[in-house]
Design a protein around this ligand. Sequence first.
Ligand SMILES: [Zn+2]
Length: 463
Amino acid sequence: MNLLACDRWSRLVPAILAFAIGVIPVRAADDVIALKAARLFDGKSKSLVPNGVVIVQDDKIVDVGSNVVVPGDAHVIDLGDATLAPGFMDAHTHLTLDYSGDYNVRRLKELDLNVSEQAIIATAHARATVEAGFTTVRDLGSRFVGSREFVDVALRNSINKGVVVGPRMLVATKGIGATGGHFDPTSGFRDFLFGREPDYTDGIIDSPDDARKAVRFEVKNGADVIKAAVSGGVLSLTDEVDTPQLTPAEMAAVVDESHRLRKKVAVHCHGDQAAREAIEAGVDSIEHGSFVKPETLTRMKNKGVFLTPTLMATEWIMSKLENYPSALQAKAKAAAAARSDMFRNAVKLGVRISFGTDAAVFPHGQNAKEFKLMVDLGMTPVDALKSATASNAELFGIAQKTGSLEKGKLADIIAMPGDPTTDITATERVFFVMKEGKIIRNGPIVQQATKTTQPAEVGVPAD
Ligand SMILES: [Zn+2]
């Protein structure tokens, strides 16, 4: 071993040891890493290529393709009969929350669990998500009734600083909605239990002027993306699932103010009327879309509005109906009965689909189960993979940095066993995760930070 190699190993070995005991993600200093696998999906192409190679230096991809020549000094990681892919991106998560258990237990905990404790629990959700191969998420709403904390902003910043292991987050803070609507955190509680009606500082608005104030307030406090609830939802106690909840003038104000500040707008929307009005207002994505009709889907396609279907959320609620009050069960059944046809229509009509799950409605880390649901409802495996990579990067506005395996992009790279185009459930078995050149996982998870299947903790309805 020459001196140079010796020096390289002296830097690599402590890093490998640290990884083995599950402490910190590995970054082999300024070494060149060559990742090899039997196949590679670049995020954009229609098919996989054989003998995939990605060359990584620092936080970037410096070369990528089939049978790329590996530099002599590279540290080679051969992942075998696997597929390399860009890190997955989920357009709809709530990493600070967990609604996956009993609904009423969660509502009680909402009133007694300290928000600081919930922030600590959220770090485990972040780890579970990135370990599942999701290196970027759009986190669409984080609020705690009676609290002014911005836990999603704190979590994003802590991840960016390397204090917490998790995905890159684009956060929405409170989410904007109407008094008594899906996002009103006091809905369903006795009137004035919390001493006052929520206002724009809680994301609750009742006029176009309020809408602008709420957007400005959220951006001031760290929002990367704006979320609004334009129709009712499943997991809220006092509304109907498909009624419109913001006026066209309020929606127009939300979109105009957000776009002036160069923020995209994602809207929670199950109902068709609300979807039509939101599309007219110029939103960037419709979340859920359960009851959206073919004519409305055609308008979405024509205007380039993304659909984030969140099939996993409905799937989870329907499999655990006994966990929800009867009023919510009825709403869930109605949404579930409509959404499969809606999704098939969207695929047929060529609406742009953004992979998004509503993680928090189900336990964090199970995001990849959405892929099979999409494929079962008519999407091709490659299109499903694209929706979670290059397409989402475009929706998120970060396509110049990530979302595909290309020279100069950030080294967000995952590997899954076998070929996901012949068995889409391979996406559920990601075993290698690199984010910005740092290896977060290579093989089975060494240290499970927490159980993510515990009964739900705190927060207000998301779905
Ligand atoms: Zn949600």
